[in-house]
Ligand binder design. Structure first.
Ligand code: FES
Length: 235
């Protein structure tokens, strides 16, 4: 099979370029695209820069654009790929080198939604459990599983056009995770924090985020839920 990868080394290159590798599928000792990339790095071209850590769809570090769609290399089966594969770094994020992108702004948006439980009743010495009913706990399903790979935000046109202003699908999914948590009592503050024509309302319902999420989550629905909560709250 032929793998074409966008390469860019800021120390040598002025513009990115594509480099192709001919690979015998039988030579790969693994079944995932990440195995193939590691084969290239070990046997054909040690200069290829990629990110990876867990190799099992947990750390979220190997997001990339494969034949036009964002996904995790460690969760992409080689058998699902055609004989010609084109790989780019995740779009909409500055390239550091080859398939490694700068996710600083992505993390800034994540941080801006205060992604931690806030309860005015609990002191820091409070070691009691925060009891939650099964029904309330179920409201977090589909929200807490995000691994922050960035595939959704990188696929979102609104994030491309307003990268500094629109919180993006990942940040908003995280915001919904805390807005929906019965143990958190800062809901109004959280909704006010997003009451802005860019931060939340730049989502145009394109569904790219939902289409590419490797965990099968639905940020578009989470964003709609925040808008609904805002209208009920009157913010
Ligand atoms: Fe950790 Fe793919 S290497 S999610």
């Amino acid at each position: 099979m032929q793998i074409s990868i966008q390469r860019f080394d800021p120390d040598k290159d002025t513009v990115p370029y594509m480099k192709s590798y001919e690979i015998n599928r039988k030579a790969i000792s693994g079944v995932m695209l990440l195995d193939l990339l590691e084969y290239i790095k070990c046997h054909l071209d040690e200069t290829l820069a990629i990110r990876r850590s867990c190799g099992g769809g947990v750390c979220g570090s190997d997001g990339m654009n494969v034949n036009g769609k964002n996904g995790l290399a460690c969760q992409t089966q080689l058998a699902s790929l055609p004989d010609k594969v084109t790989i780019y770094p995740m779009p909409g994020m500055p390239v550091i080198r080859d398939l490694v992108v700068d996710m600083s702004q992505f993390y800034e948006h994540f941080e801006s939604v205060e992604p931690y439980l806030q309860s005015s009743h609990a002191s820091k010495d409070d070691v009691k459990e925060h009891i939650q009913s099964e029904e309330d706990r179920a409201k977090l399903d589909g929200l807490y599983e995000c691994i922050m790979c960035g595939c959704c935000t990188s696929a979102c046109p609104s994030s491309w056009w307003n990268p500094d202003k629109f919180v993006g699908p990942q940040g908003l999914l995280t915001a919904a995770r805390f807005i929906n948590d019965s143990r958190d009592d800062q809901t109004k503050k959280r909704l006010d924090n997003l009451s802005d024509k860019y931060r939340l309302y730049r989502c145009r319902g394109v569904f790219n985020c939902t289409n590419v999420c490797p965990k099968g989550l639905n940020p578009t629905a989470a964003i709609a839920g925040i808008r609904q909560a805002q209208s009920e709250e009157g913010t």
